[in-house]
Design a protein around this ligand. Structure first.
Ligand SMILES: O=c1[nH]c(=O)c2nn[nH]c2[nH]1
Length: 295
């Protein structure tokens, strides 16, 4: 037997960093969960119990904190790039660092109509994610994303004219609830190194805001013929809004809300155009995926 692939490191490293503006007293907080996995000339640690090539996962965890102290943690694309590049620069036998940064929401409180200088709340489980692959050969490949933004529209969604055969029971609908947990990503053109990532670094926050706005606006305004068609329209707009992106992708569960027929109870009308009370389903759910490239 031989080793086909190998990577190791530390996962679920929780990091918090505060930025204190001495002049205004305004404090800003960032909380993220980091995974850092290394690849390279590490085969003998698996095949021959040779630990001389192992940078301990505990040391990787220490490095995640040290780099969060030494470098900005925002935008997460920049922090992930600095962290990954460290391992390539410091350990000649490491060829690739795989970094995943999941940024959690701390939204500044508004108190008495004013933004509070040091108080925040978690407005949803939505996260801003970055995956960085930093390698000697390929430079810095970044993929940014939005995960866990749960949305629902109570109308403005249809699904009809699909295959009807001996396996089909689903009725056609011209008016349905549509709900999903957005998992959206856009992949950047490769960056030569951290200097290239830093140059024009505002691109990353701008892209995240654009992608988030495009997702919500398209979800709301599109008279959706299907999840498939609506998500394709979102991808087209992200590619247009983010010139340095090479692809855009979505993975969307279709979280079904079933009508509840109550006609057995005194003839209550609660189906079709009279439907008001529904049964939200935990599963099964549709799952619709796509990746769109420039052509
Ligand atoms: O938007 C939808 N796409 C589908 O492929 C599908 N299948 N059942 N319901 C569906 N809704």
């Amino acid at each position: 037997p031989s080793l086909a692939s190998a990577r190791y490191g530390k996962d679920n490293v929780r990091v918090y960093k505060v930025q204190k503006d001495e002049t205004t007293g305004v404090q800003t907080v960032t909380e993220m969960t980091v995974c850092c996995l290394l690849e390279g000339a590490i085969e003998t640690s698996y095949t021959e119990a040779d630990n001389s090539v192992v940078v301990a996962t505990d040391s990787i965890k220490n490095t995640i904190y040290i780099k969060a102290k030494e470098h900005p943690v925002n935008p997460p694309e920049l922090y992930a790039s600095y962290l990954g590049q460290h391992f390539i620069d410091r350990y000649p036998h490491i060829s690739t660092a795989h970094i995943k940064v999941v940024v959690h929401r701390w939204t500044r409180m508004t108190v008495d109509g004013a933004p509070h200088p040091h108080s925040f709340f978690r407005d949803g489980q939505e996260t801003r994610n970055v995956e960085a692959t930093v390698s000697r050969a390929g430079g810095i490949q970044l993929k940014s994303g939005i995960v866990g933004l749960t949305v629902l529209k109570s109308t403005g969604s249809a699904f009809h004219s699909f295959v009807r055969d001996e396996y089909t029971t689903l009725p056609e609908t011209w008016d349905r609830i549509l709900s999903t947990d957005v998992d959206c990503a856009w992949a950047w053109k490769p960056f030569a190194g951290t200097a290239a990532v830093l140059a024009g670094v505002e691109r990353f926050d701008q892209a995240w805001e654009s992608a988030r706005d495009i997702t919500m606006k398209t979800f709301a305004l599109d008279e959706s013929a299907s999840v498939q068609n609506t998500m394709y329209k979102m991808c087209e707009q992200i590619l247009e809004a983010v010139p340095e992106s090479e692809s855009a992708s979505y993975s969307l569960p279709n979280k079904h809300y079933f009508e509840v027929d109550l006609s057995w109870h005194k003839g209550l009308k609660n189906t079709g155009k009279d439907a008001e009370v529904y049964a939200p389903q935990s599963g099964p759910n549709g799952l619709i995926k796509c990746e769109v490239v420039r052509s």
